[in-house]
Design a protein around this ligand. Structure first.
Ligand SMILES: [Zn+2]
Length: 528
């Protein structure tokens, strides 16, 4: 691995490219040193991947994760401010001083009901029904913290000026915090944001990328009726559940007449207590997704109108609470082009036969295309002309305030459904460990590009000001009285935490989480 990086960096060195002709003479050597230092931290990287996997904490309840990560950073000389932006599990860790200020961000929360034993190619939960890292957010901090520790060492040794900041994506699955981070001014002095997210490929993008991003608002509707005996005096009651059902029906009819770009989905979070009591309280939770701010606003207002109408029909009242929001991300071309060169220099991890066996067995198990792990890196492509929309990420709000890219590092298996146990299978195995090491190299190398070439920082801002925000100006979805929904998931996490605690990873006793759990790697079905 190390050998490959040296070779690739040498190739970059001799490239007759305008960008590299202008760089400081020591930059290629520094990047090479950064990659070698990341390799030296492989054990720590693996431990962070495995430890955070074992914590399995839902959004806003990432207490163990935040304690663990910030203690590593504090021990290594980073200043940590806890509880930022009114979010108890959020923090900002800082090292260095002066410009440029480069911020690393990555998510830390997991998915309900996604508990899964790592390295096992079929559904086998660690704790039945418990949350688990069924997206792979457990690997992000391993990437960013490894990169930050290496950068700090290099900045000290080589007297490189500038500031590194690390920020966690708390409750990303709820799109719950980043608009609040922006509102609290966390990125006010930041020059460049380097986000990292788990993927099965090694890539970056700019503009609207592949067009599969939507923005959204996440809104909970609380209906209030009147309780009565459901058999003896139903005419005395007013059912809040009726209102929820009518709102859902109304929305489904209206959906036919919305732009194809809209995506909306709901869960009923309170459907009443028992059938013989007319439900006086019921609640439904919607995600309303669209491609841009004005269309998301429109959906939000339409949702409110449908809710009011359902309340009128049923003689109930309704109020709503915004619990999350996200602009569709828009990423910076200058940073993406710089990052792509580093991705190509680092290259894909070398997968073992065991890694490929696990990947193919899982793909077969879930009925996906069986083509194993990716071996190749695709070139950087132009953004699609007509975005179609898809998932959301609240980094979108950051990307409209500071030049930002989102590194996708190869730490998971391709062709998985997302947000499920299957996406957790690889996440405490050598696939996630190697992918995180590769991601950390690119994060460190890209930060060095911007620390050592002030003109690149300037170019990134030129793109941000003259292209990205030329006609579109950021407006938050938050009203002044919206607050982070920090109570969410408290009950669910409280229910499972005591059981999950029994399975926390102990790196003092076991070389890996697989070893601690006594899992043969890989474990695949022997019979179809
Ligand atoms: Zn994610």
């Amino acid at each position: 691995m190390k050998f490959c990086v040296l070779g690739c960096v040498a190739a970059v060195l001799s490239a007759p490219c305008g960008l590299f002709a202008r760089q400081s003479p020591q930059l290629p050597a520094l990047k090479q040193e950064a990659a070698a230092e990341v390799d030296k931290l492989q054990t720590l990287t693996q431990q962070m991947v495995d430890e955070i996997f074992s914590f399995s904490e839902l959004g806003f309840q990432e207490y163990e994760t935040s304690r663990y990560v910030t203690s590593i950073l504090e021990k290594n000389g980073f200043q940590v401010e806890h509880g930022v932006a009114g979010v108890p599990t959020a923090w900002v860790a800082t090292y260095g001083s002066g410009k440029p200020v480069i911020a690393f961000i990555t998510d830390i929360d997991c998915i309900p009901r996604a508990s899964q034993k790592p390295g096992v190619a079929y559904h086998d939960p660690i704790v039945e029904g418990a949350p688990g890292h069924g997206e792979g957010h457990n690997s992000g901090m391993a990437v960013n913290v490894t990169a930050a520790l290496v950068l700090k060492k290099l900045m000290e040794e080589h007297h490189i000026g500038g500031t590194i900041k690390l920020v966690p994506g708390v409750a990303e699955e709820l799109l719950g915090t980043k608009a609040f981070y922006v509102r609290a001014g966390l990125f006010k002095d930041v020059d460049i944001v380097l986000g990292a997210h788990v993927e099965s490929e090694f890539s970056t993008s700019y503009g609207t990328g592949n067009g599969e991003w939507s923005g959204l608002v996440s809104v909970q509707y609380f209906f209030h009726g009147k309780a009565a005996h459901a058999a003896a005096a139903p005419w005395e009651g007013r059912s809040a559940l009726d209102a929820v059902e009518l709102m859902d029906t109304g929305w489904d009819f209206r959906r036919e007449h919305l732009r194809p770009a809209q995506r909306s989905h709901r869960v009923i979070i309170n459907g009443g207590d028992q059938p013989n009591v007319v439900p006086s309280e019921a609640a439904v939770w919607y995600y309303f997704r669209e491609l841009d701010y004005p269309h998301i606003r429109e959906l939000y207002e339409l949702g409110n109108m449908v809710a009011e109408s359902a309340a009128k029909m049923t003689g109930t009242t309704v109020d709503h609470k915004l619990v999350g929001s996200a602009w569709p991300p828009y990423l910076n071309k200058v940073i993406a082009e710089t990052q792509q060169k580093n991705i190509e220099a680092v290259g894909m991890p070398k997968w073992s036969d065991a890694d490929q066996t696990l990947a193919k067995a899982l793909q077969k198990e879930i009925g996906a295309k069986v083509d194993g792990l990716k071996e190749k890196i695709d070139p950087l492509t132009e953004p699609v002309k007509k975005p179609v929309g898809g998932g959301s990420d609240d980094i979108g709000d950051i990307s409209w305030n500071v030049p930002m890219v989102y590194l996708m590092y190869p730490a998971n298996i391709p062709n998985l459904p997302g947000h499920s146990w299957a996406n957790g299978v690889a996440m405490a195995t050598p696939i996630a460990h190697k992918g995180s090491t590769a991601g950390a190299k690119v994060q460190a190398m890209t930060a060095l590009d911007f620390f050592l070439q002030p003109q690149l920082v300037q170019q990134a801002w030129d793109y941000f000001r003259n292209v990205q925000t030329k006609d579109i100006h950021y407006e938050t979805f938050l009203s002044s009285d919206d607050k982070p929904a920090v109570e969410m998931n408290k009950e669910k996490m409280g229910k499972f935490a005591p059981e999950l605690k029994k399975y926390y990873y102990d790196p003092a006793r076991f070389r890996s989480y697989l070893e601690q759990m006594g899992i043969q790697y890989p474990t695949v079905r022997t019979k179809p």
